[in-house]
Write a protein of this length. Structure first.
Length: 161
């Protein structure tokens, strides 16, 4: 039995943007799917999830398999039913002892109970894209002036009304 490294794309960007039908099982197939998504939308955060899942699989070596499951652009019940169907297919084919779930944020993590009801989840890895230093600097400056404005009663009334 192996560990399954499972990338989750709840809103099916992989299918909608790159035309890839999920589930995708196996390192080479996941890399191929990631490349298709990169060529169709290099800014999609799911791209980082796919490559992150491959990286984790590589760290585990032969003791792991990697797969991707997707939902539907209609996130919610429809999406979660599709994820459940694909999850069952992946579990049947890989028969893992446990799962490492890889996502790009809280939205994808809503499906954790679905996964946990079928196989132990030993780790959740949220892939967060690092921002450029310029953007972070702008954010810090904005917060500094916002706090300053809120401390000054006259400015605060003007700013907040």
């Amino acid at each position: 039995m192996k560990t399954l490294v499972l990338a989750v794309d709840r809103d099916n960007d992989l299918g909608e943007k790159a035309g890839v039908k999920a589930p995708v099982i196996g390192r080479d197939k996941v890399v191929e799917a990631a490349n298709k998504l990169a060529l169709s939308d290099p800014e999609d955060s799911d791209l980082n999830v796919l490559f992150g899942a491959v990286k984790i699989k590589d760290e585990y070596g032969d003791e792991a398999e990697v797969a991707v499951i997707t939902g539907d652009k209609e996130v919610g019940v429809i999406s979660d039913k599709e994820i459940t169907k694909q999850l069952e297919e992946v579990l049947d084919k890989t028969k893992p002892k446990d799962v490492v779930v890889v996502t790009d944020g809280a939205e994808d993590e809503f499906i954790l109970p679905i996964i946990q009801s079928r196989v132990p989840v030993t780790h959740l890895r949220r892939i967060i894209v690092q921002q450029s230093p310029g953007l972070e600097k702008t954010y810090v400056i904005f917060l500094k002036y916002l706090k300053k404005t809120l401390r000054d009663p006259k400015s605060s009334r003007t700013f907040l009304g």
